[in-house]
Design a protein around this ligand. Structure first.
Ligand SMILES: Nc1ncnc2c1ncn2[C@@H]1O[C@H](COP(=O)(O)OP(=O)(O)OP(=O)(O)O)[C@@H](O)[C@H]1O
Length: 558
C-alpha cells in the first residue's frame, strides 16, 4: 500500500502575490501616510483623515435619513399650489405659536379675511392688517398633531429670477393616513374661511395662474339694476353649470360667454364678483392689455383654467385699441406713460382661438366687459363666444331710489332676487321694502367703531326713509348719471340721509354741467384724433357709447 502524499496547495502563487488590489494599495498608502513623518506627510495625513471623517459623516447621515424615512412621513408644499395656502392658514391658526420663541410676523391673510392672531385686532386701532405668527424661514418648528410629533420648515428657493417658497412638514408616523387627515383638516379650515370670500387669480410673470387676492362676498342684493336683470343672469349661469350632460349629448362645447357692456360705473364688475360668490366660483382675470401677453400665452392660460370658474376679461376691447394705435404712431405713449410697443401682442384671431379653439377649457363661464360695444368685432360678439349680452345703463330713477334705501338702511332694503323673474319683475317696481338680506352690504361697511349716524341726528324710521328715497329719486334724471357717481354722492353724506336729499338738486346740476363739458372736450379730441389718423390713412375710431344712448341690444339672452 503506498501512501501518496501531495504537497499542500500553496495559498498564493507567485502571480497572485504581485496582483494589484486597490484595497491593499489604499491600506498600504494609508499606513505609510499615517506612520511617516515630515511636513508633506502631515498634510497628506490631514487630508486622508479629513476625507475619512467626511465619508463617515455622509454615511452616517445617509443611514440616519434611511432610518428617519422609516419613521417619518415627509410632505412638501410649494407656494404656487392651493394646498400651500391651506397649510399656511391652518398653521396660522395653531395655538403653538403662542409659546414659540422664533416667529415670522405676517400680515398676509392667505386669501381669507378673518384669521386669528396673537395680537388682538384693533389693539392698535387698526383692524385691517391683523398681525399673524408663522414659523420662520430656514428654521425648524415643531408641534403635536393627533398625538404625532410634527416638524415644519419653510424655505425660500431661488429659481432663476423667481423665488419660490416651500413648506416641508415631517410627521413622526408610519401610516400615510395621518398626512391625508392633516390635509383634509387644513382644507376644511380653508373652505370654512373661503365661504365668506371670493378668490381672485391672475396670470403671473411666468404666465401661470396665481392667487392674487380675496374679496369679501358681496351679496347680489347690493347691486341695484333694473328689475329682473341680475336674476336672469344668475338663473342662466346656474342652469348652464348644471347642464354638462345636456351639452355633451348634443355635442355642443360646454362653455358660456357673457358680454356686459355699457357706461362706466354702472355695476358690470360688481355683479361679476357677486355672481362668483353666489355660484361658489373663483375668478380668473385676464388682462388683455398686459404687456408680454401674446396669442400663445393667452391660449395656454385659457387651457389652464380649472373646469368650473369665472374667466374675466375686463375691457375686452382694450387690447385692440393698442394695436390700432401702434400701427398709427409707434412712438406714441399711452396716458399712463407706457410705451405702446410694450403693450399686449394679442391679435383678434388669437383671442377668438383662445375663446373657442380646441384647447379652450370646458365648463367655464367667460365674463367680458366693455364700454364700447359697437367697437367689438362681430366675430367676438357672436353666440358661442358671447352667448348673453347685457347692457348696463346709467341709473334709472328706480335704481336711484332703491340704492338710497340700501345705502341708509341695508338691512331693510334688499330687492327680492328670484321673485322678480317669476313675476316678470313688475311687483318690485317702486314698492317700498323687500326681504332683508342675510349679509351686510360690503361697499358701505364702516370701520369698526364708527357709527353710521351722527349721534345728534335721529335715524329715519321706515316711513320717513321711503319718503326720503322717493324725493331723492325724483331729482335724479333718468339715464344721465352712473350708479358709481350716486354712490360717491351718498358717501359724502354718510349717515345724513336728510342732507343728501336736500343737496341732491344742486349736485345733479353740477354733474350735468360737468358731463356737458366732458362731452364737448371728447368731441373736440375726437375731431383732432380723426384729423391725425386720416393723415396716416386710418379711419377715425368710433365714438365711445354715449352715456344714456340706447344700444341696439339692450338685454339679449340668446
Ligand atoms: N348697479 C349698481 N348697484 C350698486 N352699486 C353700483 C352699481 N353700479 C355701480 N355701483 C358702485 O359703483 C362702483 C363702481 O362699479 P363697477 O366697478 O362695478 O362699475 P363698472 O360698470 O364695472 O365700471 P367700469 O366700466 O368703469 O369698469 C362700485 O363701488 C359699486 O359699488
Amino acid at each position: 500500500m503506498s501512501t501518496h502524499t501531495e504537497d499542500p496547495p500553496s495559498v498564493a502563487t507567485a502571480d497572485q502575490d504581485v496582483r494589484f488590489s486597490p484595497y491593499n494599495f489604499a491600506m498600504s498608502v494609508m499606513t505609510s501616510v499615517l506612520t511617516s513623518y515630515g511636513p508633506t506627510w502631515d498634510v497628506l495625513r490631514f487630508l486622508v483623515l479629513g476625507s475619512i471623517a467626511e465619508l463617515t459623516r455622509r454615511l452616517f447621515m445617509h443611514l440616519l435619513k434611511k432610518l428617519e424615512n422609516q419613521f417619518w412621513m415627509t410632505v412638501t408644499f410649494e407656494d404656487d399650489d392651493d394646498s400651500y395656502r391651506w397649510m399656511m392658514l391652518w398653521l396660522s391658526k395653531r395655538p403653538e405659536w403662542a409659546d414659540a420663541k422664533e416667529l415670522l410676523v405676517s400680515t398676509h391673510s392667505f386669501g381669507v379675511g378673518d384669521l386669528p392672531s396673537l395680537v388682538e385686532a384693533g389693539e392698535d386701532g387698526d383692524s385691517q392688517n391683523k398681525i399673524r405668527f408663522l414659523p420662520t424661514h430656514d428654521r425648524t418648528a415643531s408641534l403635536w398633531y393627533r398625538s404625532h410629533y410634527v416638524r415644519l420648515s419653510r424655505s425660500l428657493i431661488q429659481e432663476g429670477v423667481y423665488v419660490k417658497e416651500t413648506l416641508t412638514v415631517k410627521i413622526l408616523a408610519r401610516d400615510k393616513k395621518i398626512v391625508g387627515q392633516l390635509l383634509l383638516e387644513a382644507k376644511g379650515v380653508w373652505k370654512l374661511a373661503k365661504a365668506e370670500a371670493i378668490f381672485i387669480y391672475a396670470s403671473d410673470t411666468r404666465n401661470e395662474w396665481r392667487f392674487v387676492a380675496s374679496r369679501p362676498q358681496r351679496p347680489l342684493s347690493s347691486i341695484i339694476l333694473d328689475v329682473g336683470i341680475k336674476e336672469k343672469i344668475l338663473v342662466d349661469a346656474k342652469d348652464f353649470l348644471s347642464s354638462k350632460k345636456w351639452y355633451a349629448e348634443r355635442g355642443i362645447p360646454f362653455r358660456r360667454g357673457y358680454l356686459l357692456y355699457g357706461a362706466p360705473g354702472t355695476g358690470k364688475t360688481s355683479i361679476i364678483t357677486s355672481l362668483a360668490a353666489e355660484l361658489g366660483l373663483d375668478i380668473f382675470t385676464v388682462s388683455l392689455s398686459r404687456s408680454n401677453l401674446d396669442d400663445n400665452v393667452l391660449q395656454q392660460l385659457i387651457m389652464d383654467l380649472p373646469e368650473k370658474c369665472i374667466a374675466l376679461m375686463e375691457d375686452i376691447d382694450a387690447a385692440f385699441h393698442h394695436s390700432i394705435n401702434r400701427e398709427t404712431d409707434k412712438s406714441e405713449k399711452t396716458a399712463t406713460g407706457d410705451n405702446k410697443e410694450e403693450g399686449s401682442k394679442i391679435t383678434l384671431s388669437g383671442l377668438l382661438n383662445a375663446l373657442d379653439g380646441v384647447g379652450a377649457q370646458e365648463g367655464r363661464l367667460l365674463f367680458a366687459t366693455t364700454n364700447r360695444y359697437e367697437a367689438l368685432d362681430p366675430a367676438l360678439r357672436r353666440p358661442g363666444r358671447m352667448d348673453v349680452h347685457v347692457e348696463f345703463k346709467l341709473a334709472s330713477q328706480y335704481q336711484a331710489g332703491e340704492f338710497f334705501k340700501l345705502f341708509y338702511h341695508p338691512e331693510k332694503a334688499a330687492p327680492k332676487q328670484l321673485e322678480a323673474v317669476a313675476d316678470g319683475g313688475e311687483s318690485n317696481r317702486d314698492s317700498g321694502y323687500f326681504t332683508p338680506p342675510k349679509e351686510k352690504l360690503v361697499d358701505i361697511e364702516l370701520p369698526e367703531g364708527e357709527k353710521l349716524l351722527p349721534s345728534d341726528e335721529k335715524e329715519p324710521d321706515t316711513t320717513e326713509l321711503v319718503h326720503l328715497s322717493e324725493k331723492f329719486r325724483d331729482h335724479i334724471p333718468t339715464r344721465e348719471i352712473s350708479m358709481a357717481a350716486i354712490q360717491g354722492y351718498l358717501m359724502m353724506h354718510k349717515g345724513r340721509p336728510r342732507d343728501a336729499v336736500e343737496g341732491v338738486e344742486a349736485w345733479v346740476q353740477k354733474e350735468m354741467a360737468k358731463k356737458e363739458r366732458e362731452v364737448k372736450s371728447t368731441a373736440e379730441s375726437c375731431t383732432s384724433v380723426g384729423t391725425r389718423q386720416r393723415t396716416h390713412g386710418h379711419a377715425m375710431p368710433k365714438t365711445p357709447t354715449r352715456p344714456g344712448k340706447r344700444s341696439p341690444k339692450p338685454l339679449n339672452f340668446r
